[in-house]
Design a protein around this ligand. Structure first.
Ligand code: HEM
Length: 82
């Protein structure tokens, strides 16, 4: 497939609210999860804690995300790479 655009962590960090759109990273991948925020089974306030940064510290605390179906959801929102 076509290469993804490359973003810096600083650029990802500018997307921390629904108005600015909500971006997160996982590994070296960048996701725009704005449209998933309201669908999150763990609630809107929890998922927004990761807005603009890395998912790893939060997913380390909530092992419910260590499942293939969760990563599949995430992949659908990929917009770039670091
Ligand atoms: C549950 C996805 C970020 C906290 C879930 C579930 C999915 C999901 C699919 C249901 C899993 C299952 O029961 O099989 C995602 C995605 C995220 C994200 C795609 C990021 C893009 C976060 C963050 C937090 C969080 C950052 C915490 C700060 C939780 C909690 C649950 C949950 C507490 C359990 C809800 C319950 O069963 O009562 N998440 N999540 N999630 N998530 Fe997330």
């Amino acid at each position: 497939g076509a290469p993804y655009p490359v973003f810096t962590r600083q650029e990802v960090g500018r997307h921390r609210s629904l108005a600015e759109r909500v971006w997160v990273t996982y590994g070296r991948e960048v996701f725009d999860i704005t449209d998933f925020v309201e669908l999150h089974p763990g609630g809107k306030s929890k998922i927004l804690l990761a807005a603009g940064g890395a998912l790893e510290p939060f997913w380390a605390m909530y092992a419910v995300h260590s499942q293939a179906h969760v990563l599949e959801i995430l992949q659908a929102y990929k917009v770039g790479e670091l």
